[in-house]
Write a protein that binds this ligand. Structure first.
Ligand SMILES: Cc1ncc(COP(=O)(O)O)c(C=O)c1O
Length: 385
């Protein structure tokens, strides 16, 4: 058996070594607490579950869905974007359901990239921005996200040759893994860049509904001219505690939405219609409000403790992550191993999100308060001195 060369192009899975060590710790009987993965621990709102149950009882939802999605869902996205962001979307041409942001981002690579072209991808960043282009036979050109630029890419630093062959530019704010919110003027600069270089801007809006301290995250599509050059991937996974449902949409530029539809009609058969109707109910209800307070409380507990043990960390205004520098003398991998060894707590090495993530580690706030409190206590007592 011989798997495709395409698969060989993917980088080594950097969590693999850590996972081996976690398994060994568990085998030793250690009660390991994982703050590694960002998967909300709270349940999906009951209004969504009720809508699913009702829709699933209707045999009219049981057949093949259409990839374009039911009008009820597209109209619910249009209402949500209007209410939440003041962005007007045409439910017929500018919205299409996606089976999660991950599916959508991956498939946009297939829809827009050819060999010899590239996508401009954040470093550190969500791995699909780099793995997707490789699997599409193209390349990912990394844009370092550095603290001195508020974790925004320096578009002026992109080499002339890369600007010319770029077809997609990925942005993601609030940002995973850095927790940064969009730097002032970045969306406007991205629109100008896209106009000049004929690049599709793909803004990953997976965390716009999870923000703190009164900060309200914008949609990229609020930016003048954005819809002419870009799309937004909006996901309900994090904001509504719906990671298992695979509920998202591609919204914005009609030509790009159409290309995505053309591609997907050859790949999958759309979203279960009962899930579409439940997602429409979720959008109309809005994200569960209590989540902001829950994550903000957890963020404060983590940030306070890290500062007490000498880690110089900024409190994020968005996402479900705390992004912190590792102490001097450590790589991100060696520090994560030390934390696991000394306290039985798993945190993610920043280097796993790209080379510019080296020197950082990421803590996810998606574990129950008691477990997080226990993890924080362990960090304080084992690393505090
Ligand atoms: C930045 C970012 N984009 C996309 C995703 C995937 O979202 P979904 O569950 O909608 O596929 C994640 C998940 O962690 C993410 O962090």
């Amino acid at each position: 058996m011989r798997a495709s060369e395409r698969l060989d192009r993917l980088p080594a899975y950097l969590f693999a070594e850590l996972e081996k060590k976690i398994r060994a710790k568990k085998a030793e009987g250690v009660d390991v607490i994982s703050l590694g993965i960002g998967d909300p621990d709270q349940p999906t709102p009951s209004v969504v579950i009720d809508a699913l149950a009702e829709a699933a009882r209707d045999p009219g939802t049981h057949q093949y869905p259409s990839n374009r999605g039911r009008p009820e869902l597209r109209e619910a996205f249009a209402r949500f974007y209007d209410r939440r962001f003041g962005v007007a979307l045409d439910a017929d041409t500018e919205i299409m359901p996606a089976l999660g942001a991950k599916e959508c981002i991956f498939n946009l690579n297939l829809a827009f990239l050819d060999p010899g072209t590239c996508a401009l991808a954040a470093d550190p960043g969500y791995p699909v921005y780099t793995g997707g282009p490789l699997l599409a036979g193209a390349e990912a050109v990394l844009m370092p996200l550095l603290p001195e630029r508020g974790f925004g890419p320096d578009l002026d630093a992109i080499a002339a040759e890369d600007r010319e062959r770029a077809r997609i530019l990925y942005l993601n704010y609030p940002n995973n893994p850095t927790g940064a919110v969009v730097p002032e003027g970045l969306f406007e600069r991205a629109v100008a860049f896209a106009q000049e270089h004929d690049v599709l801007i793909v803004h990953d809006a997976s965390y716009t509904e999870t923000t703190f301290d009164g900060y309200v995250a914008p949609s990229f599509l609020e930016t003048p001219g954005a819809k002419d050059v870009g799309v937004e991937v909006f996901s309900l996974s994090k904001g509504w505690n719906m990671t298992g449902w695979r509920a998202a949409a591609l919204v914005g530029n009609a030509e790009a939405v159409d290309a995505y539809w053309k591609l997907k009609s050859n790949i999958d058969s759309g979203m279960f219609e009962a899930v579409q109707l439940a997602t429409a109910a979720a959008l109309d209800a809005g994200p569960p409000e209590e989540m902001t307070a829950i994550y903000q409380r957890r963020r404060d507990a983590v940030v306070d403790t890290l500062r007490e043990i000498g880690v110089d960390v900024a409190a994020p205004r968005g996402t479900i992550y705390v992004w912190a520098p590792v102490p001097d003398g450590h790589t991100s991998a060696s520090y994560c191993e030390l934390v696991l060894e000394e306290s039985g707590v798993v945190v993610s090495p920043g280097g796993a999100f790209g080379q510019s993530g080296e020197g950082y580690f990421r803590i996810s706030l998606t574990v129950a308060d008691e477990r997080l409190a226990e993890a924080v206590e362990r960090l304080r007592s084992s690393l505090g001195g």
